[in-house]
Design a protein around this ligand. Sequence first.
Ligand code: CA
Length: 708
Amino acid sequence: MKHGLISVLASLLVFGACSPAETAAPAPEQTGAIAGNADAIKVNAGDWPLHGRTYDESRHSPLDAINTETVADLGLAWYHDMDTRRGQEATPIVIDGVIYVTSAWSKVHAFDARTGDLLWQYDPEVPGEWAVRGCCDVVNRGVAYHDGKIFFGTFDGRLIALNATDGSPVWEIDTITDRDKFYSITGAPRVVKGRVLIGNGGGEFGVRGYVSAYDAQTGELDWRFYTVPGNPDAPFENPILEMAAETWTGEWWKLGGGGTVWDSMAYDAELDLLYIGVGNGSPWNPKFRSPEGGDNLFLSSIVALRPDTGEYVWHFQTTPGDQWDFTATQQMILADMEIEGAPRKVLMQAPKNGFFYVIDRETGAFISAKPFVPVTWADGVDQETGRPNIVPEAFYHNTGKPWEGTPGPMGAHNWHSMSFDPHTGLVYLPAQVLGFPYISDEAFEASELTVNLGVDLEAIGLPNNQAVRDTVRRSLGGHLLAWDPVAQKEVWRVEHGGPWNGGTLATAGGLVFQGDRNGDFSAYKSETGEKLWSQSVQTGVVAAPVTYELDGEQYVAILAGWGGIVPLLLGELSHNEDGPQVNRSRLLVYKLGGTETLPEPYDVSRARVPAPPSFGTPEEIDLGAGIYARYCSGCHGDTAVSGGVLPDLRWSYALGDEDTWMLITRDGGLKDVGMVGFGAELGDDDLNAVRAYVTHRAHESGVADLGE
Ligand code: CA
């Protein structure tokens, strides 16, 4: 067993290191009616009608009643507790006095935005066992609205249209091309020119990425753009894929290739260009994907398409030949700004790879890129082409050595939304410093039940030494970063003490709003980062706030609820100083003079059963550790310590009851709540080895006696 590589730890330690009248915005297409397009939508100042408020995804509001002078009077207006205890990642949509928001398990809720009265809700009844088909919790990032309908994707890959008035279903279609493959949907759809656009998740499991466009009225498929080429023996679906195929080697199509479009899109009505963010390679390790190298287009790329046809226009690849899970699915913000004396129409993205990119959104031409956190995989970016200068050690697939890189697969910035304030000219982004030890899994074999990375997950667990664990945990970083995209430099930051903080909202009130991992929702002065207001929401926040106006009164809304990949996979490394953050899922709405208060935090603790005596040979425990790392750690946490969202198995009743353990882990007795059985790939000896390992960990970590 290779647990607790000192070099791995050392590496982690090192890395610890509007309408035009509304604003004087230099980007007129950011607010108000979008010109040059008969089908463009009018954005009222008081609404939040699109995922990023406007098609440019700037997440800036012209509302300014809540401002640097008044924000001290901000108080809770109302709140609503959700009926799940998984990660809440959605951005609410607000139109004509109604808030539409999704919760975990792809449930949709409509609230009276003044009072918080629940108007309707819709549960698409995602099968619990689909949970294992996603990498990163059963999350959903929100709905889209168009012409009286609400559109949303479900975790099991359906796209559904509801009547916005009463939540009754209008149509439902399946977006998945092969239901044997582990596709999912977690992203919010976008509606452009009467088409509903949606991609899929699944890049860790061996799928082929695509984005689909459906008729908003009927649900009929209009076009589909595949982001990576399929088997070249079959006709390419799109002429550009013939070019893309020249950048791949081997038999990449057999494990899908990856390139899922799982989150971001943006639209420029004047240029009539739809921008999609494309995900990582599948498997991560190119030895098992494209063994003779190549850029592997369009992995980790921003691709511009014609929204009427899905026709390819241009692409910009941030991470050629990605092998680090460096997706380019992170948010794209469109803005107009002066760079070196010339007005430019730019697209900005801070992808996982740690560089902040500014590119020309008309042509895809590179303008500039600089690292916004410590970056070790590349020694800068070529200032002519935008290609990264990748250091040789980062090619872990052919060095034969672990690559302890930062950023890692959780990204220097992940899906958590950033915002752009045209007045300050700054982008406010939730940045994080979070490395990862990449080790080529030379014995890789594809699994049908879990992730297919080609990276050795068994070798990276933390050792039992508590001082070392604490030191590594404290070395991880996360902060609210104010970034100047023209000068490509940091202007200010607010440290949050660790990664996985919420998305941001910028307003004309001179404020930036953000929730954080510590359970606080705060407002900062957008020019300086000075904290002007903060309240506890009793749980970690990962989603982004929005603001709206009704009857002349401004509101701010935030969906809270700790979850997602960091607490699930990182386990103890995601904890705060006093232990794991908890999930209490709720929508909170604030206004000036709001006097509502939150109840005493409701109890989210689970029954703790003392562990049985340790059992099994060292070999069995070692076997169990390896199986745990591959099949269990993604949800229950590294080295069997939970991050606080899903059960900590060290206190499981089933550790001392083999029959119950088998009923759950082999036969899927808890599949309806998301825990599938692994009997199809793992034998009883394997599963008992995991039971022995977790029991061993309960004793080793000193919690075996900590019962109820
Ligand atoms: Ca990924």
